[in-house]
Design a protein around this ligand. Structure first.
Ligand SMILES: Nc1ncnc2c1ncn2[C@@H]1O[C@H](COP(=O)(O)OP(=O)(O)O)[C@@H](O)[C@H]1O
Ligand SMILES: [Mg+2]
Length: 280
């Protein structure tokens, strides 16, 4: 498995001396769906700002496709074309007079031809179901709509690594589900997606890999079942076990059933498993 981006012994201290990341090393594999989980203040947003070169580490190195970032203007520009970030607050990202102009901004900046821009925008609009909003000024949109437009803007640039900071925060369950559906649909082997969340249920269901961040330190990195079975780790990191995993685990324990190799990750799969375990 190839590494797309990595950090080596990165420490980040804010100007007011807050130590947000502590000697942190991390590798992100190409083509995966990864959830960075951790509660408020864990350092998730800081980590993301470092991954896209907005912040420069106080100590340590960042590598993109195995090449060390030098923080020159050209280097940063290249990095930002390959690493697209969707901020938690869409208002910091949307600034054009219409949704259409906003989505077009990125590909236009990349220097694509008019025809290529059109294709990129159309595809992004289709995937995010933002067609009806194209003529609207972004500041009139609801939060769920703004988030979809911000995601469309990043898709239109076709980055190798897409980073989304708490993409479902503040959304109701319907729109949160819709965003997660989009993030499943746009994933493919040449597009790595890294999102942050404090919602363990969502991370468990969506991700191929989980990274647990607590107090500026990486506590664990592994498959969702590996990470979320470790109750001690979750307790230390102030996180809960995902509901589907907890129910299934308790049932297995009660029935003294052999540990199944396939854990359910959705409600539907859990119901299927339960029907096979419970007597009719
Ligand atoms: N601009 C800033 N100046 C000083 N401290 C900050 C700043 N932004 C974040 N922090 C601090 O850095 C730590 C990590 O914050 P953050 O990366 O925002 O965590 P998360 O996104 O996981 O909630 C927290 O202690 C937070 O208070
Ligand atoms: Mg944050």
């Amino acid at each position: 498995m190839k590494t797309i981006i990595s950090m080596e012994n990165i420490t980040y201290e804010y100007p007011d001396k807050t130590l947000a990341l502590k000697n942190l090393s991390l590798r992100i594999d190409k083509g995966k769906k990864i959830a960075l989980i951790g509660n408020n203040g864990a350092g998730k947003s800081t980590l993301f700002l470092l991954l896209n070169g907005i912040l420069k580490p106080t100590n340590g190195d960042l590598f993109f496709n195995e090449t060390k970032l030098t923080y020159t203007r050209t280097d940063l520009k290249k990095l930002r074309q390959k690493v697209g970030i969707v901020f938690q607050q869409p208002d910091s990202q949307l600034f054009s007079s219409s949704v259409y102009e906003d989505i077009k901004f990125g590909p236009k900046n990349l220097g694509l031809s008019a025809e290529e821009i059109q294709l990129a925008v159309n595809e992004a609009v289709r995937l995010t179901e933002t067609g009806d909003l194209k003529e609207k000024p972004p500041h009139f949109l609801s939060l769920g709509q703004k988030k979809r437009v911000a995601i469309a803007g990043i898709i239109a640039m076709n980055p190798e690594l897409m980073i989304l900071d708490e993409p479902t925060a503040g959304l109701d369950p319907y729109y949160a589900k819709k965003i997660m559906r989009i993030l499943k649909d746009i994933h493919h082997e040449n597009r790595t997606i890294l999102l942050s969340t404090h919602n363990v249920d969502l991370a468990y269901e969506w991700a191929d890999e989980i990274i647990v961040l607590h107090n500026g330190t990486i506590m664990a990195q592994g498959t969702p079942v590996e990470v979320f079975q470790n109750k001690e780790l979750l307790k230390q990191s102030h996180l809960e076990q995902p509901m589907i995993l907890e129910i299934y685990q308790q049932l297995l324990d009660k029935h003294h059933a052999a540990i199944a190799c396939e854990y359910p990750i959705s409600k539907k799969q859990l119901i299927e498993k339960l029907s096979s375990l419970l007597p009719i």
